[in-house]
Design a protein around this ligand. Structure first.
Ligand SMILES: Nc1ncnc2c1ncn2[C@@H]1O[C@H](COP(=O)(O)OP(=O)(O)OP(=O)(O)O)[C@@H](O)[C@H]1O
Length: 507
């Protein structure tokens, strides 16, 4: 392999890649070549890993084609850091241990890097306020023509075919769209805010901060915005990553003295989506870096969407200045979906799977799986699997059969007694008050709540519940359920009480 052939390869890459990517990753490569082998020498381990992960396959392909054109033999390609040259040569001399060996090594480096911040805190602090400049890309996944940039390969991992012929991975989950997101009271505001952001990135709400418990659709909404931005503008540089990945990238960049590339990369995006920012908690160096990134993006009018499992002010170990900045845009809660939304989600997911799901079966499942949507999806998958396995259509008997263990556990946990005891304790009244005929508000409201909870959390029929509450008629129970539903919409205290009681009874 001659220098001239390598230069041809470089020329191809220059055409295929966005210029900033070419300048950052390809141009610094030097070669060391001989008959039948070529060793790419990267200035540091960081560039080596990056090229290894994103460009190596394409380079290999080009080198093969170009050597064949000049009648050369098969070329063995390696990549190493410049200082590892001797080692790489000895590897080469010893055996044919090319790309794969190096590739494995790069995976190892990433894992090492995620050891996090204890290490990074010993490293020099760079307050980093240099201007935004063209992208380079630590630990990220970049499309060949820059049209999608995303991160965190453990996410979507879908292959994207892009102009220029290089295949890259993008981690925007393409099924997490607005179309596949079911709207209900619990997520209405978050859904509306996300659509606004998708329509007016950088202007509507910046940052958009979504918070709420696990598995409630925050990540889904975030990706929906990202997908929408890319759909509207295929050149939009949308970066999605988990906050742990941000930390790991930063640690790695510090270790490898490539912090400026790290900064440039994160500050050059059109939209930065960071999931589960509670992981920044206690990681001071990452917070420092993120703070500067945050400011640069905000100043540049680039959109940020952040998710967290709690309200920003409640994140312990997070700097006050970050907490206050998170509130500069819009902070919206995503709540656990109510029964009707759970049913709608199940029906939608079944439709996506092209499996008929009768609404009574959907209702049956939704009444029993209340904690979050991820769990709901898991249960539906189980039911679908049973249906396929037994070659039977989904109906309530099949659902009961496939969820036998789960239902048995639930029946044990939530009983009328349990509900009555919990409600009485919560309102500091006597259980006998719940059974009594007393009509004063301080007793009647808790009683109605307890009845509504019994309908929601147990499999008892209305007459059975009435019976369990001092022998009342089923219409009284029905009235209680309707009243509580109405109050949950109009009265914040009742809404809060209901939510707290559900939590007390189900966790
Ligand atoms: N309203 C919804 N409509 C359709 N699917 C939903 C909805 N809410 C959640 N999901 C689905 O539930 C699963 C979990 O959602 P997601 O990962 O977005 O939750 P999350 O709030 O980000 O949770 P975590 O904090 O655990 O990451 C996903 O498969 C998502 O598609």
């Amino acid at each position: 392999m001659s220098e001239a052939t390598w230069q041809k390869c470089v020329a191809h890459l220059q055409e295929e890649l966005p210029s900033q990517h070419f300048i950052t990753w390809i141009r610094p490569l030097k070669i060391d070549a001989g008959e039948g082998w070529i060793n790419l020498l990267a200035p540091n381990r960081f560039v080596r890993d990056w090229v290894q992960d994103r460009y190596f396959a394409r380079i290999k392909e080009l080198v093969g084609e170009l050597s064949a054109e000049v009648g050369g033999t098969e070329v063995q390609l390696l990549i190493a850091e410049r200082q590892q040259r001797a080692q790489a040569q000895s590897t080469r001399a010893n055996a044919s241990a090319p790309a794969a060996v190096m590739a494995r090594e790069s995976v190892h480096v990433s894992a090492e890097a995620s050891r996090d911040v204890e290490l990074s805190q010993q490293l020099p602090l760079d307050t980093g306020s240099e201007p935004v400049s063209p992208p380079s890309a630590p630990g990220q996944i970049v499309s060949a023509n820059g049209q999608i940039v995303s991160s965190s390969p453990q996410q979507g991992n879908r292959q994207v075919e892009v102009e220029g012929g290089i295949r890259h991975q993008s981690s925007l989950m393409d099924n997490y769209t607005f179309e596949t997101f079911v709207e209900g009271k619990s997520n209405q505001l978050a859904r509306a805010a996300a659509s606004q952001v998708a329509e007016n990135p950088g202007r509507a709400y910046n940052p958009l901060f979504l918070y709420g418990g696990v598995g409630l659709g925050k990540t889904h909404l975030m990706h929906a915005v990202g997908n929408s931005l890319v759909q509207q503008n295929p050149n939009a540089r949308v970066v999605y990553l988990h906050s742990e990945r941000f930390v790991a990238d930063m640690v790695k960049a510090l270790q490898l003295n490539a912090i400026n590339e790290f900064k440039r990369y994160y500050r050059s995006v059109d939209a930065l989506l960071i999931d589960d920012i509670q992981f920044f908690s206690g990681k001071e160096r990452s917070q420092e870096e993120f703070f500067h990134t945050f400011n640069a993006l905000l100043e540049g009018g680039q959109q940020m969407i952040l998710t967290c499992d709690r309200y920003p002010k409640e994140i312990k170990g997070l700097e006050e200045r970050l907490k206050s900045r998170f509130g500069w845009g819009l902070t919206v809660a995503v709540e656990p979906p109510e029964l009707e939304t759970r049913v709608a989600i199940l029906l939608k997911k079944a439709e996506q799977e092209k499996i008929p799901l009768p609404s009574d079966a959907a209702f049956f499942i939704a009444q029993r799986v209340r904690s979050n949507v991820r769990e709901l999806e898991g249960v539906l998958k189980r039911v679908i699997a049973s249906s396929r396995f037994m070659a039977r259509p989904i109906d309530i008997p099949l659902v009961k059969e496939s969820l036998k263990d789960l239902l048995a556990l639930q029946d044990k946990q939530v009983s009328l007694d349990n509900i009555q005891r919990t409600v009485a304790e919560y309102y500091k009244i006597k259980i006998s008050d719940l059974m009594s005929k007393r009509r004063s508000r301080s007793v009647a409201r808790p009683r109605q709540l307890a009845m509504a909870l019994s309908k929601e959390l147990t499999n008892h029929s209305l007459p059975e519940i009435g019976e369990g509450f001092g022998g009342r008629d089923h219409t009284t129970v029905l009235h209680a359920c309707r009243k509580i539903k109405e109050l949950r919409d109009s009265d914040a205290d009742i809404r809060e009480d209901y939510k707290n009681l559900i939590r007390l009874l189900t966790t």
